[in-house]
Structures are given as C-alpha cells and as structure tokens.
Write a protein that binds this ligand. Structure first.
Ligand code: PLP
Length: 394
C-alpha cells in the first residue's frame, strides 16, 4: 500500500508468463500494434507515435527529453517535488539551458504563474510532472498546453504516477509528449514506459534523428546525420519509431515479457473503462483519506490538489515513523512509504492504486495501522479509522 510499485494484478503476472515469440513473428508485431492502439486510448490521443520504451519510467523521461532537446535549448521546469527536480536534472544532462520555478512542496502552480514564466523564459520546451509522487500533488494541466503553444514551446508531461487513476487528456490538453510507467495506477510491474508524441514533437525528433549504419540495403540511403544528432542511441525516438512503425527497422530487442505485461495492463484498464478506473481510484483514495483522518492523523499538503491514488500523512510527534513502517510490514504484511528530501521521515505515503485500489485493502490497512499506532503510544480511538472509511463507502 505504498506509493508504487504496488501489488501487481495477478492477470498481468499471468500474461507475463507466456512464452516468448521472435521480434518479427507476425504474432509479435501484431501485439505491438495492439499495444500501440491500447495506449492511444489510455493517453486519450490520436498520436500515431505511441510506443513503449523498454526501461523504467525514467527511461521514458530520458527518451523524451534527449530526443526533443538540443544542447542550448531553453527549458522551463516548474518544480513542485522530487520528480520535477529529476526533469530538471535530465534536461541539464541533455545540455539544455534549464530554468526552474518552484513552489513549496505540498502545493501546485497556477496557470498564471506558468504563463508568466513561459513569457519570461521563452522556452523551446516546458517539462512538467502531472502527479509528483513525492508530495502526492496533482498539477492541473488544463490550459498549460495552449499557453505553451501560444508562446512557441512544446509541452512534455511525466504522468507516471497519475495515469489511469486521475484524468489525463493528451490531445484535449495539447500535450506534445507524455511518458508513464506501469507500477502505479496501471497495476503492473516497473520496467516498461509507455510514451506518446504529438505530430509537432515527432517533427522535432525527426529533424535530429538518424538511421544506424548497416541496416539499409543501400548504405547511402540514410544520408548524412543531422548537425544536432540525438545524443543517445538507445533513446533515439526516431529510431524507436522506425522500429515500431511499418518499416520495422531493427533497433533494440523488444523486451517481450514487458510488452505482454504492458499490453495486459492497458487491456484491463480499458475493459474497466478509463472513467470507471478514475472513479475507483477517487473512491478508495477518499476512503483512505477519511480513514487516516479518523485515526486522528494530519494530512500533508493542499488536499484539494492531491492525486486520487496516494495520501501523505504527517507522522505524529513522538512516533518513530520507520518503526511503524517496519511493524506494519513484518506483523501485517503491509508496506507503506515515507518520502524524500524535506519530507523524508516527516510523512508516510499510503497508496490506493492499481490492484490495491480496493475496499478490503483500504479497510485492512486502516485496521492494521490503528493497531500499530496504538502500540506506539499514539492516541487513536478504537475503530475510528475504519468507521470513517466505511462512511465514504456507505
Ligand atoms: C512521477 C514519477 N516520475 C518518475 C518516476 C521514476 O520512475 P522509475 O523508478 O520507474 O524510473 C517515478 C517513480 O516513482 C514517479 O513517481
């Protein structure tokens, strides 16, 4: 019941135990096409360029940023938690001129603040996290894409923690590049990063991409590499798109088992229905929120902007947060998280996401937490956490 990775849906594990097929087996290329179609629906986009990056979520981030950014490009990163700092760092490593704006952890940016910074910095790219897992905050994205486009910038969004459990509208919100992972609301393991690029973003990638020597029958067909070639081979999205596209130009060896898993995650999500999945995360998130408050715990941050799928709870004075986490794990088999940086040891993060966004998981966690808190001398009223959660379910 932490902030991810979470308990994997058994149906995803089962899909991942299927035998491998060759990269160009028609069954495999068929699965690739199906997976692209499924993730277009998950991201709510028509983008042809919708693929999986083999690697964890930060592989998706690196692929997007290294492919979109040339050294010297100006990038604006609104930072409201640890993962905003990660975007900043990766953009710096790409050689970009990075401008960060910050709000205190526990808050999000207003559209006006983002627009003002875009006007000032005049970036080629705005890189933004939707749900920053470190603080649990969910940055509103409506209007941000339009602001970026009005000022000639592209918008990249990391929706790793939020996708599937909170609304995300790639096309309607004019997002140019989005990346995610499976290990949060999608109910899968880490190790595959769904990614989607708008036609505008593809244009930038294509202007910087090249084809590896030795792939084409005519050695001159690739032409000369562009002046500002993408600095990574593995994360060159031009080559990744050629691999997933009809040319099927060889690049990496697709991580077949992860593809089975990613495909099943999206299939299950869409079978449930995106709106229904978001509503389920909202319901169980609300129940957990009410439950921890029922236990007399204080919730961290601007709760109105919290992601549905995770809550940060302030560790009460005098209670050893790590001892509570260890006891929950050893005595009850329940894992919850703490956080990073300024919030390390100050909050517990309790997730209700993916396969764990379930009533029984919420109620058992609250009942167990109550027992452990009492043993640690916290003044908790017997049954108050579960009762508050049950009221949400009533
Ligand atoms: C918002 C966000 N972005 C990126 C990452 C990095 O993901 P990974 O550990 O899969 O590389 C995480 C992981 O928790 C995350 O929550």
């Amino acid at each position: 019941m932490g902030p991810g990775p979470i308990t994997v849906d058994p149906r995803v594990l089962r899909a991942m135990s299927a035998q491998l097929v060759g990269q160009y087996d028609p069954a495999m290329t068929g699965y690739m096409g199906e997976t692209q179609e499924l993730y277009r629906e998950v991201f709510r986009t028509e983008n042809e360029a919708t693929v999986l990056i083999d690697g964890t979520s930060r592989a998706g981030i690196e692929a997007a940023l290294v492919s979109l950014l040339s050294p010297g490009d100006r990038v604006l990163v609104p930072v409201f938690g640890r993962f905003g700092h990660l975007l900043r760092e990766i953009a710096e490593r790409c050689g970009a001129e990075v401008h960060a704006i910050e709000v205190p952890w526990g808050q999000v940016f207003s559209l006006e603040a983002i627009e003002e910074a875009v006007r000032e910095v005049r970036p080629q790219l705005v890189a933004l996290v939707q749900g920053d897992t470190s603080t649990t905050m969910n940055q509103p994205l409506e209007g941000v894409g339009a602001v970026c486009h009005r000022h000639g910038a592209l918008l990249y969004v990391d929706c790793t923690a939020s996708l599937g459990g909170n609304p995300f509208e790639m096309d309607a919100w004019e997002v140019d590049a989005a990346t995610a992972g499976l290990q949060k609301c999608l109910g899968g393991p880490s190790g595959s990063a769904p990614l989607s690029l708008s036609p505008r973003a593809v244009e930038v990638v294509r202007s910087r991409s090249s084809v590896e020597a030795g792939l084409r029958a005519d050695p001159d067909a690739g032409g000369t590499p562009p002046a500002e070639r993408i600095r990574s081979n593995y994360f060159d999205l031009g080559m990744v798109l050629d691999y997933w596209g009809p040319q099927r130009l060889n690049h990496h060896t697709e991580a077949t088992t992860m593809l089975y898993g990613a495909r099943e995650c999206a299939r299950l999500l869409l079978e449930e229905g995106l709106q229904a999945a978001v509503a389920r995360h909202r319901l169980h998130g609300d129940a957990m929120l009410a439950g921890v408050r029922g236990l007399g715990l204080r919730v961290f941050g601007d709760v109105a902007h919290k992601m549905h799928n995770v809550v940060a709870v302030e560790i009460p004075d005098g209670v050893d947060g790590e001892a509570v986490r260890a006891e929950l794990l050893h005595d009850y088999g329940i894992e919850i998280g703490t956080s990073f940086g300024p919030l390390a040891g100050r909050v517990w993060r309790i997730g209700t996401m993916g396969y764990n966004a379930r009533k029984d998981a919420v109620l058992v966690t609250l009942a167990s937490l109550e027992q452990v808190l009492r043993r640690h001398g916290a003044p908790v009223e017997a049954g108050a956490g579960s009762a508050a959660a049950q009221q949400v379910y009533a």
